[in-house]
Write a protein that binds this ligand. Sequence first.
Ligand SMILES: Cc1ncc(COP(=O)(O)O)c(C=O)c1O
Length: 398
Amino acid sequence: MTEIADRLEELRDQGLHRRLRLIEGRQGPRVTLDGRAVLLLCSNDYLGLAAHPRVRGAAAEAAMRWGAGAGASRLISGNMQPHRRLERRIAGFKGYESALLFGSGYLANTGVIAALAGRGEVVFSDELNHASIIDGCRLSRAETFVYRHGDLDHLAWGLRQAGKRAALIVSDGVFSMDGDIAPLVDLQALANQHGCRLMVDEAHATGALGPGGRGSVAAAGLSGEVDLVIGTLGKALGSYGAYACADQETTDYLLNTARSFVFSTAPPPPAAAAAMAALEVLESQPERVDKLVANAATLRRALAAEGLAVGDSETQIVPVEVGAAAPTMALCERVLEQGVFAQGIRPPTVPEGSSRLRFTVMSTHRREELERAARIVGSAARELGIAAAPPAAASLAA
Ligand SMILES: Cc1ncc(COP(=O)(O)O)c(C=O)c1O
């Protein structure tokens, strides 16, 4: 039996022990964290919709009209109007025939992958895919071929080896810890060529990329073509829950076979109603997406001007890699003392030796506060001996 105290001690020794911090009040670009006012730079509420009056109002109204919970799984007696309406709206937004709601993105990924691949088949998964995809591959009992990040040659080689056993290619649309975008056009071409399905997780792409924030699949011109598009309601849509978009036959199949759908309570009606309202706000105010893109560019530029590399980030997720866990957390605490909150991210969330501060911007941040945050991070990193001095030529105007 594992000794819990020993295991906790081991986590502390490795600099991997985690604890909860407390946000007081609502989510927003500035929050009170453990009693201190901070600039929040690690939320996935990218468009500031979690606390939007219309979204909150819709949740409150739905709680009064439909109740706090659904009381059962969708297939028993938990299927309610807010679920059905939201599924239709999401399918339309994403350009798909059908959508199916799940309890969360984690549940959607584990359930869908396990439903679409099984023993004797092969799933192809990018090495930087989210943990919920990794767990879905494990649950499927299919063989998993993990291809090097974004490496199409490696993937193509694996597909050739698998032959007819190739069942599914699965990739994040925007990679959650690096902020780069998957090569979706090429992934789709390989899926077509090898006769397998492609599934894209749009957790960080919805509301952030593509026309009107429709995501990375829409940005690549592949709406309706990629077999399955998964997304969460818990990030840019400010609520909780998730969806899988596909053709009608596929969602019917998932409804019958995805265990995380069949054996779990339907999402609470207020969460579905809040996501519906968030989609309406997004569709009527697409400029929120433009602001998010502009803010991300500002932060990337400002960090670069401090001599901090931001990897291949092309989106609102902007990592500053430190390496080891301990200095990452030291940097996190040092900048927090100065009112900037970006959580340090350590293994197993990221590979060993690539611990980082993962900054995420929101459309509701102001340009000046992003620039100020970058200066704080830059000087803290230099004080801790983590970063070189800013390159002489770099400037915020660059
Ligand atoms: C890429 C990706 N997929 C899925 C999830 C899980 O979504 P949810 O938070 O709705 O469970 C996350 C979020 O943590 C994620 O980053």
